[in-house]
Design a protein around this ligand. Structure first.
Ligand code: MRU
Length: 388
């Protein structure tokens, strides 16, 4: 997407790769909307750390980052011994896979890269194929988001008021986004509508990332406190809920997404408001048989106990380096000494979901399994995803 940096408007992908430096290039999402910076990871360990620290986040974006990270790690191997190389690649895979457990996209992305690599018989050829396959995953992610936009745009009419949760925008993918793709496509078709962004405590991806994206794109929007959605629904001020997913079960249609999605789905059902989930194929998990088996990431208590931001005025709002805007810093909000529980995701049951917008069209959650051949299901895929 186009980003306004100072006076320049520049096209950026969330995730890219620099082959000459063997670096994964990431927009540092911890700084947005206060600063715009690209971070290059020097090796696959640093790439895994960037996923853990949420320099890059969002299912599609960490999928592409893991794919590039696998290629990066493969390219760092020296020698010609294929079985040693394969052991090394397996270690890189496990390291990247362990970085964040809930989204299935990293597993699917790296599995796709490894499948392509196996066509070659030498280390050198496999290294070359790894990068090609990672690039292909990233490009395919963009094409799939475009297709989601084409299918989903018809849900947005002039005047539609859309509620989003977290960030399922282009920052959560390589480009364009999943839940934002129908918005961007509808905007390109000349429709005017309004978006309410849930702030999405504790990390506030809605108020920081989604709001920044929509502002960059000139889409009318307002941030609401997470607790305000029910009130707006009750007053008839929300027509449609559109979210992304970190893992959607192909067998049951259950959707894991950012904590609070389930709450919004219950509220939407109570008020007869349609709720759509937008996903590329890499978010589908054809293996797990029940939503309760999805590993739910528990994050640090500090995310709940603190808020991250910049001071709003005066000298404290400026950093000392070159007079630029301040770096975002954490502030303690909660009672000193109190602890916190911080599950990062929840699972929404299929019956609360109106439709799943995929690159192949819009399906009811219960229709995914019957349509699996057209939705990227690979027969005989052996999973080793932790399920507890
Ligand atoms: O913890 P995050 O910011 O990685 O969580 C992201 C979300 O939950 C998004 O809504 C999700 O990834 C769907 S869009 C890729």
């Amino acid at each position: 997407m186009q980003v306004q940096i100072g006076k320049r408007r520049v096209a950026h992908r969330t995730v890219a790769f620099d082959p000459s430096r063997n670096q994964v290039k990431l927009i540092d999402q911890r700084l947005i909307p206060h600063r715009f910076a690209i971070l290059g990871t020097r090796d696959h360990r640093a790439t895994a750390q960037a996923i853990r620290d949420m320099v890059v986040r969002g299912a599609g974006a960490i999928g592409a980052t893991a794919a590039y990270g696998l290629a990066q790690g493969a390219r760092l191997f020296r020698g010609r011994d294929l079985s040693r190389f394969e052991r090394h690649v397996a270690e890189v895979f496990d390291l990247l896979h362990a970085a964040r457990p809930t989204a299935v996209d990293p597993f699917n992305a790296m599995t796709a890269v490894r499948r392509v690599m196996r066509a070659a018989q030498t280390v050198e050829e496999q290294q070359a194929l790894a990068l090609m396959a990672a690039e292909e995953f990233a490009d395919e992610n963009v094409r799939e988001c475009e297709a989601i936009g084409r299918h989903g745009a018809k849900l947005i009419r002039n005047g539609t008021r859309v509620l989003t949760h977290c960030n399922a925008g282009w920052l959560a993918f390589v480009d364009i986004g999943s839940a934002t793709a129908p918005l961007y496509a509808a905007q390109a078709q000349g429709r005017r509508f309004h978006v309410f962004c849930d702030e999405t405590r504790p990390r506030c991806q809605g108020s920081t990332l989604t709001a920044w994206e929509l502002a960059q794109q000139g889409i009318s929007h307002e941030i609401i406190a997470d607790n305000a959605a029910g009130h707006l629904m009750q007053r008839g001020e929300i027509d449609l809920v559109m979210v992304g997913s970190d893992r959607t079960l192909g067998r049951t249609g259950e959707v894991a997404n950012k904590i609070g999605t389930y709450t919004k789905a219950v509220l939407a059902a109570r008020h007869g408001i349609p709720l759509y989930v937008a996903i590329p194929f890499s978010t589908l998990d054809w293996s797990l048989r029940a939503g309760r088996l999805i590993p739910i990431e528990e994050r640090a208590a500090d995310e709940v106990l603190c808020a991250v931001g910049v001071a709003i005025s005066g000298a404290a709002g400026r950093s000392r380096d070159r007079g630029e805007k301040a770096w975002p810093v954490p502030f303690r909000v909660a009672n000193p000494g109190s602890g916190a529980r911080n599950p990062g995701f929840d699972v929404t049951p299929a019956e609360l979901i109106t439709g799943i917008i995929t690159p192949a069209g819009i399906f009811k959650p219960g229709e995914l399994w019957a349509n699996r051949r057209g939705l990227g299901f690979v027969a005989g895929d052996k999973r080793k995803v932790p399920v507890d």
